[in-house]
Design a binder for this molecule. Structure first.
Ligand code: ATP
Ligand code: MG
Length: 328
């Protein structure tokens, strides 16, 4: 039993490590996921997300550390575990010679769905994923997005209590992406089912996830609710300032004198400025100084920090280095 876990702990790892030759794909990962959570797992290409999913599913053996998923050891109890978990892998393999209906039925039987329920569940999923009218076409003739939707339906066919999704919206159009988000929310909605979601899509993580983990080169570098992370990790704050147009020059002059102000840019609209300050505590003084100079302040609004800000503040150096390499 891993320290600090309880009956509501669905996933627990302790110092989990996996190497491939010289590469440490997962480096001492300690993590707990609670029943009912939607956990976002973020990180650059190669950060170790897919490797983690494979370790948690017993497809890959760790080099060190401990794992417990639904109270089971994935390597030893893989068969029992996979009956209770659904997995959408990064590159799902469907049988392209079979129809969608056949793919789902086959999987349902393989994962122990009672015979009497197979066709009902298969049909319900085909309808949910808007594949019912193509149910009897060979999957080889499906578009990429249709295949992705079918692969997700397949991960749900045995009604798992824990769902692993590795980039579920990759290849989906905006409508299908929205449907996928609704589905993920519905799935976890009653608090009994849990989602482990690997994604590059920061807006998706922010919209859906109760907590996010940010991975970098196999290490967990940040974990928390999206909003908390955004507040804790963004090192500067941007403000929109709108003043009476005739006071714009005076406002700029005053701002240029204030040490708390790091940058001032013209806003999109002529009478607005975007100001960067170190922290929110600078706002009252900034406002007072402008008012004292006789500037009519119509609006002074901080931008809500986003997960994207966090991501770039954590990964900024790596991103810049990569951009430099691309340009070189
Ligand atoms: N089977 C393997 N053999 C050798 N190296 C591997 C293997 N699987 C993963 N790796 C290496 O482990 C590291 C982590 O890979 P992983 O696929 O877990 O990253 P990821 O976070 O899922 O990336 P992406 O966002 O591109 O899907 C990478 O350096 C990768 O090259
Ligand atoms: Mg991956």
């Amino acid at each position: 039993m891993i320290k600090g876990t309880n009956a509501e702990t669905v996933i627990a790892t302790q110092s989990l490590t996996r190497r491939f030759g010289q590469t440490v794909a997962v480096d001492g990962l300690t993590l707990q996921v609670t029943r009912g959570e939607i956990l976002g797992f973020l990180g650059h290409n190669g950060a170790g997300k897919t490797t983690t999913v494979r370790l948690l599913n017993g497809v890959l053996a760790p080099n060190g550390g401990a794992i417990s998923v639904l109270g089971l050891d994935p390597l030893r109890d893989g068969v029992a575990l996979r009956r209770r978990t659904g997995v959408l892998t990064e590159t799902p393999s469907l049988d392209e010679r079979l129809t969608a209906r056949e793919n789902l039925s086959l999987y349902a039987e393989l994962y122990g769905v009672p015979g009497a329920d197979v066709s009902r569940r298969t049909l319900a999923l085909l309808e949910t994923f808007e594949l019912a009218d193509r149910a009897d076409d060979r999957v080889g003739a499906y578009s990429r997005g249709m295949k992705q939707r079918l692969a997700i339906a397949r991960a749900l066919v045995h009604e798992p209590e824990l769902l692993f999704l590795d980039e579920p919206t990759s290849g989906l159009d905006p409508v299908a992406t929205r449907q996928m988000h609704d589905l993920i929310r519905d799935f976890a909605g009653r608090g009994e089912r849990t989602v482990f979601l690997c994604t590059h899509n920061l807006a998706e993580a922010q919209r859906l996830c109760d907590r996010v983990c940010v991975m970098e080169q196999g290490r967990l570098v940040a974990v928390g609710a999206p909003r908390e992370l955004a507040q804790a990790l963004t090192t500067q704050l941007r403000l929109d300032l709108e003043v009476a147009p005739e006071h714009l020059a005076a406002a700029r002059q005053q701002l240029a004198r204030m040490p708390q102000v790091r940058a001032v840019e013209r806003g999109e609209n002529g009478a607005t400025l975007t100001i960067t300050v170190a922290q929110r505590e600078a706002i009252p003084a900034l406002n007072a100084a402008l008012v004292q100079k006789g500037v009519a302040v119509y609006r002074l609004v901080p931008h809500e920090a986003t997960l994207e800000d966090v991501y770039f503040s954590l990964h900024g150096d790596a991103v810049m280095q990569r951009e430099a390499e691309v340009r070189a």
